[in-house]
Design a binder for this molecule. Structure first.
Ligand SMILES: Cc1cc2nc3c(=O)[nH]c(=O)nc-3n(C[C@H](O)[C@H](O)[C@H](O)COP(=O)(O)O)c2cc1C
Length: 92
């Protein structure tokens, strides 16, 4: 059985690159964009959600996915990973 499902949104590729790296170390993993998530792919124990932050909140496609799959997600341990902008040095 697939141990981990990674569902992600990526506009420019950064989140996708991080997801692909995570998939290398998390054991049996299935990664797919939220738009391509099929109900048949729900069999996993652990869920990782990857999303860019857009205007200080998760990408709306990720938020919608979480709302639409609330019941399924509630049954799992979940990691939500986001990619913030780097913190600027204090002198900037
Ligand atoms: C229109 C826009 C708004 C953004 N707003 C934020 C923000 O509020 N906070 C933040 O930390 N990053 C923000 N970012 C940066 C993205 O979260 C970051 O570049 C992310 O890695 C993009 O992921 P992707 O390459 O998978 O699409 C913004 C990027 C864009 C294009």
């Amino acid at each position: 059985m697939i141990h981990t499902c990674i569902l992600y949104v990526s506009r420019y590729g950064t989140t996708r690159d991080i997801v692909q790296a995570l998939a290398q170390v998390l054991g049996p993993t299935r990664a797919s964009p939220v738009a391509g998530f099929a109900p048949a792919a729900r069999a996993c124990e652990f869920v990782v959600i990857g999303t860019p932050i857009i205007r200080e909140v998760p990408d709306p496609h990720a938020t919608r996915f979480m709302e639409e799959n609330r019941d399924w997600l509630a049954e799992h341990k979940i990691a939500l990973r986001w990619k913030p902008l780097p913190t600027l040095p204090a002198h900037c």
